[in-house]
Write a protein that binds this ligand. Structure first.
Ligand code: HXC
Length: 258
């Protein structure tokens, strides 16, 4: 693939958007390659955690490709938005947890890509924003929906209506990112975070992700019912037996049988 690279290191999958000349902007081809990569990951039980990042020092993803969007009809623009939304939905619905390692500009579709991930680490030089109003458009890859769910309606509204770009520190204050780290440490930190998750029970991790993400889209009672079902399923497998036995035997649980 030309623009999206998947590197597998043990049980970690690292996806890199690699189109640095256009600051990794998402055009049709990048999106298609991303979709293919995600579909491969979704069925790969050997991969336990995914990191998504951008190539180069400057950008995570600077948005959807403005050159490609410029002459779209209304219908084609809606189709493009739906296409991206569906692909970002695939990220949210991946069984494995996802970490966005935001290494620079995460604007428009780039911010939306980061928000589709479960966790976000930002380098000190990362910049976030939904600058679409500057272009006479609105966010189209889920930004109007995920940003208010992540940081609250008033703060999301401000960012979306002003198109203001914010620095990593402000993104941290707003709760848009989990942590800010020195640029040179970003990938290492993301890998360390991934490793912390990788030693847990893979089935439990998948169920926890699913309970949180699905629960946020339904009412609390239905979400708790889902939680109870998934909680019960944990007791039908090996992980709960190993985890609880290890605790009582005062040893570290070993969930991963190679
Ligand atoms: C296409 C882009 C691009 C983009 C940057 N480039 N962003 N090309 N689409 N989104 C290209 C530039 O045209 C330029 O190409 C090269 O990348 C380097 O960018 P520069 O602008 O020269 O860099 P710099 O001056 O450092 O400014 C960086 C920047 C700026 C602040 C990130 O590039 C910028 O504002 N980009 C647009 C950000 C944006 O508005 N994103 C939202 C897009 S709308 P050349 O050929 O000149 O070297 C969106 C909607 C999503 O994402 C939903 C769709 C349905």
């Amino acid at each position: 693939m030309a623009f999206v690279e998947l590197r597998k290191e043990n049980r970690l999958g690292i996806v890199t958007i690699n189109r640095p000349k256009a600051l990794n902007a998402l055009n049709t081809q990048v999106l298609a390659e991303l979709e293919q990569t995600l579909r491969e990951i979704a069925v790969d039980d050997k991969i336990g955690v995914i990191i998504i990042t951008g190539a180069g020092e400057k950008a995570f993803v600077a948005g959807a490709d403005i050159v490609e969007m410029q002459n779209k009809s209304a219908e084609a623009a809606s189709d493009f938005a739906r296409k991206g939304q569906n692909i970002f939905r695939l990220i949210q619905d991946l069984p494995q947890p996802t970490i966005a390692a935001v290494n620079g500009f995460a604007l428009g579709g780039g911010c939306e890509l980061a928000m589709a991930c479960d966790l976000r680490l930002a380098s000190e030089n990362a910049r976030f924003g939904q600058p679409e109003v500057n272009l006479g458009i609105i966010p189209g890859f889920g930004g109007t929906q995920r940003l208010p769910r992540l940081i609250g309606r008033a703060r999301a509204m401000e960012l979306i209506l002003t198109g203001r770009t914010i620095k990593a520190e402000e993104a941290l204050e707003l709760g848009l990112v989990n942590k800010v780290v020195p640029s040179s440490e970003l990938l290492n930190e993301a890998v360390e975070l991934a490793k912390t998750i990788l030693v847990k029970g893979p089935e439990a991790v998948r169920r926890a992700k699913s309970a949180v993400n699905k629960g946020l889209e339904i009412d609390t009672n239905t979400g708790c019912e889902l939680e109870a079902t998934l909680f019960g399923l944990c007791f039908a497998g090996k992980e709960q037996k190993e985890g609880m036995a290890a605790f009582l035997e005062k040893r570290t649980a070993n969930f991963i049988q190679e």
